[in-house]
Design a binder for this molecule. Structure first.
Ligand SMILES: Cc1cc2nc3c(=O)[nH]c(=O)nc-3n(C[C@H](O)[C@H](O)[C@H](O)COP(=O)(O)OP(=O)(O)OC[C@H]3O[C@@H](n4cnc5c(N)ncnc54)[C@H](O)[C@@H]3O)c2cc1C
Length: 435
């Protein structure tokens, strides 16, 4: 906004809690519909999971973690012997509603249902990114040349047959490559792989943190306001809401709760007890060896349970699988160290470029689907969180759906599968402070 902003800083039509990809996209979509929007976020860029992810914008990410293959892997998971998942056993019990629901969802029928619900969301994801990136004048940060799942053995490839069947059922384009075709496509890969699956419609962001910053600037250009503060209390009041934050108080007619992995704790004092967990993840950057060809798209090595994504000239980001532990527990770098060792056998890596790895937390629902919908017992409160492994991809389209809910328009993606009610076990309603 040019000139002095005369709007009352303690009032807004809509307050959005959380400035990661989901909250920011919601705030932008609401401004685009002409609403007066205030975004509340502590303002620490690296604290956002949207900062440190793999940057994959995948049309084909419609299959949740809880799938039928889980049962065969469970003994290894429980022993922390599978690199893709690291459990802190006491914590798994602490998030028992999430764990029980997760295990119950690990069936082929539930997997197919989730895929059917997620397909329209992921199908719209890239287009919405393109639209916002063009408005923010950062289209150069996006590219669309696919991503690759790598299989070290024929048995591992055969084990993913149901995944391919479901992807094809939903019209997701995929090409199967043998080892030689893979080497032609990505000569940077030095490890021999038996097979690979290329998902050509997938896009990628070469710097997710820069994309978030560009969307922040777009929100400001659109006249959006922000407070660099965390919300500490959320209370229903006459005609709307009172939100307490680190530096004062603000009133709003409607509130969008989009605080990523912190969202369930913020909703809890209102009586909403979600089956919810943090799936922590890590990344570390490496220079590619000067004689290595560039890596041109992200790859998921299913044998290592980790992703390697190109992040600018001669630089790659190695990302760990899932660590199930409390959001605020101290980092445990063992998983990213193992992922880095595996990555060094996959690519010719040079030095690490970071003093220490980054850690973030995927906001996780047990059925792998986000929560997008109105709070069941409070008017003027919209939930938009729990995007798990696909929140960078589906943040912008979620923002549009949130704006539909706030303005009473018909959502362009069916929202019934994402209703909050499915994850609420013991709703006890009251008002109060954020724990
Ligand atoms: C290793 C890893 C790799 C990933 N790879 C991909 C990928 O390739 N593609 C993809 O689509 N997704 C990926 N994801 C998932 C994706 O990053 C998340 O789903 C997404 O970032 C979630 O966005 P969000 O806006 O909900 O949360 P966040 O980005 O975490 O933002 C939440 C914001 O809320 C703020 N907040 C917290 N508490 C409060 C409070 N009390 N008041 C106000 N604000 C608050 C936080 O500070 C933060 O800024 C990956 C995740 C990880 C960990």
């Amino acid at each position: 906004m040019v000139g002095t902003d005369r709007r009352d800083p303690s009032r807004a039509e809509v307050v959005v809690i959380g400035g990661g990809m989901v909250g920011l996209a919601s705030a932008i979509a609401l401004r685009e519909r002409g609403l007066d929007v205030l975004l509340c976020d502590p303002g620490e860029a690296r604290a956002r999971t949207s900062f440190g992810n793999a940057g994959v914008l995948s049309r084909g990410s419609i299959l949740p973690m809880a799938g039928p293959a889980l049962w065969g892997k469970l003994p290894a998971y429980l022993r922390n012997a599978d690199r893709s998942l690291r459990l802190r056993h006491a914590h798994v019990l602490r998030v028992l509603p999430w764990t029980a629901h997760f295990l119950a969802a690990a069936r082929a029928s539930a997997w197919r249902r989730a895929a059917a619900a997620l397909a329209p969301l992921t199908a719209a994801a890239y287009g919405e990114h393109e639209r916002l990136a063009a408005r923010a004048r950062v289209s150069h940060l996006l590219r669309r040349n696919g991503w690759i799942k790598l299989y070290r053995t024929e048995a591992a490839f055969a084990g993913a047959a149901l995944e391919r069947e479901i992807l094809r059922d939903h019209g997701v384009a995929l090409d199967i490559l043998n080892g030689a075709a893979l080497r032609d496509l990505e000569p940077a890969l030095v490890r021999p792989y038996a097979r690979a699956m290329l998902l050509p419609e997938t896009g990628a962001v070469g710097d997710p943190g820069a994309l978030v910053e560009a969307f922040e600037a777009l929100f400001a250009d659109l006249g959006g306001r922000r407070i660099n503060a965390g919300i500490t209390g959320l209370t229903p009041g006459e005609g709307g809401w009172v939100l307490r934050h680190d530096a004062g108080e603000v009133r709003a007619r409607q509130v969008v709760l989009a605080a990523g992995a912190a969202s369930a704790a913020i909703a809890r004092p209102l009586g909403y007890r979600f089956a919810f967990a943090a799936e922590r993840g890590y990344h570390r950057h490496y220079a590619l060896h000067p004689e290595s060809p560039p890596l041109t798209r992200p790859v998921l090595d299913t044998g290592a349970g980790s992703i390697i994504a190109p992040m600018g000239e001669g630089r790659v980001r190695v990302l760990s699988g899932v660590e199930l532990n409390a959001r605020e527990a101290p980092p445990d770098y063992r998983q990213i160290e193992a992922a880095s060792t595996e990555a060094a056998g996959t690519l010719r890596l040079g030095n690490t470029l970071d003093n220490q790895p980054w850690m973030g937390a995927r906001p996780s629902t047990p059925d792998g689907m986000p929560v997008i919908g109105r709070a069941p017992r409070h008017a003027g409160l919209i939930f938009a969180f729990g995007h798990g492994h696909i929140g960078l991809s589906t943040g912008p389209i979620t923002g549009r759906l949130v704006a539909d809910l706030v303005t009473g328009s018909e959502p362009t993606v069916p929202l019934a599968p994402f209703a909050p009610e499915r994850l609420l076990r013991w709703p006890r309603l009251r008002t109060g402070s954020v724990a």
